[in-house]
Design a protein around this ligand. Structure first.
Ligand code: FAD
Length: 320
């Protein structure tokens, strides 16, 4: 069976959930081969996870060259693997780092690139939202090796234990690829909530909250659901919530099973970051708010009444 290369998304060897999703998706296209690029000694932490989700092979480069420079070294490795293995496709996650690697690999291998796919059929037809998510298109790569950047939460991860064969890729990273060196790393402050881009449920707050302290309502609702907290740009620009939690065109793209928008009007730039959520619930006091045009469930009411009641009801439901 032909190989499908999956670029492993990880932090210091700890794989992100999207890696399991990509391996699951890859199994519908061919034989998944994980491509692990990281600092020396990091693969050990990822191996069991990659085996659990069915990697038949692991191609590995553990070196400071791939760990300490942005994008280009990883693209050199992936391009070599494309040339050596002639895969059916290359799958990468729609995260800032992997997007860059995918785009560079497409350029280096003269291949077509599909961006932000939310589904990929066995015949490699991808589904994408374009124009800020307002139009859904099907597209297919017609040149070179299909390189597909897939949004987190597009596939439900399913375990399929394997015993992957490990191959060290023999490559010397060129000096030209070492143009942008990572000089420092800052660990993001953890909220104890799930990662915004990987969460199954996201509760986001907007200008309707009126003040930073009212985000407590959103956080409480989020915590009853085990959700991540997002925010509109109006809320982050006002300093009510950190910019890293912004959802939208200039923020993060999320695609959870459930997205609850609280006091958010549904501007096109916000919609661009959450449109592919499976179920969208909007709470807004204005029945004419644009968000009701694309929400699956709309709740017209004052959030200060609705959200505490909703939180209490969910808590009761969980307890009962
Ligand atoms: C280039 C560019 C990029 C952008 N990128 C982003 C982006 O990444 N993400 C993003 O979100 N925006 C982005 N924006 C901004 C975007 O256009 C909107 O201005 C923004 O999304 C509005 O945020 P909001 O919905 O919270 O505020 P508003 O549009 O002001 O909506 C507030 C909503 O709250 C409702 N409300 C008020 N009080 C209550 C209450 N008590 N109970 C219930 N409902 C209430 C109101 O009816 C209203 O619908 C971008 C804009 C530009 C130009």
């Amino acid at each position: 069976m032909a190989e499908v290369l999956v670029l492993v998304e990880h932090t210091d060897g700890e794989p992100k959930k999207v890696t399991a999703e990509l391996l699951t998706l890859a199994r519908t296209l061919g034989e998944p081969s994980a491509v692990f690029l990281g600092a020396p000694g990091t693969l050990a932490k990822a191996k069991d996870y990659l085996a659990q989700y069915g990697a038949a092979k692991i191609y590995v480069v553990e070196s400071d060259d791939v760990a300490n420079f942005i994008g280009a070294p990883a693209a050199e490795v992936l391009s070599k693997l494309v040339a050596d293995t002639s895969p059916v496709a290359v799958l990468a996650a729609a995260t800032p780092d992997s997007r860059e690697v995918a785009a560079r690999t497409a350029a280096r291998t003269d291949s077509g690139l599909i961006w932000d796919a939310t589904a990929l059929a066995p015949d490699l037809t991808a589904t994408q939202g374009i124009f800020g998510g307002s139009t859904i298109v099907s597209s297919k790569v017609t040149k070179g090796t299909p390189i597909v950047v897939v949004r987190p939460n597009s596939t439900a991860p399913e375990a399929a234990p394997s015993t992957p064969a490990e191959t060290t890729v023999d490559i010397a990273i060129s000096d030209a690829a070492k143009g942008a060196k990572i000089v420092d790393r800052v660990v993001e402050a953890k909220s104890g909530r799930p990662d915004l881009t990987e969460a199954q449920v996201v509760v986001s707050g907007g200008r309707g909250l009126g003040a930073a302290e009212h985000f407590g309502l959103v956080e409480k609702l989020a915590d009853t659901l085990g959700a991540a907290v997002g925010a509109s740009r109006a809320a982050t620009d006002a300093g009510w919530y950190p910019h890293q939690n912004q959802v939208g065109q200039t923020g993060k793209t999320v695609s959870p099973q459930l997205y609850i928008a609280v006091g958010i009007s549904g501007a096109i730039q916000h919609r661009a970051g959450m449109q592919t959520s499976k179920t969208i619930v909007a709470i807004n006091k204005d029945p004419e708010a644009p968000i009701f045009e694309f929400a699956d469930y709309g709740l017209v009411g004052d959030l200060f009444n609705v959200v505490p009641q909703l939180t209490t009801e969910i808590e009761k439901h969980k307890a009962g």
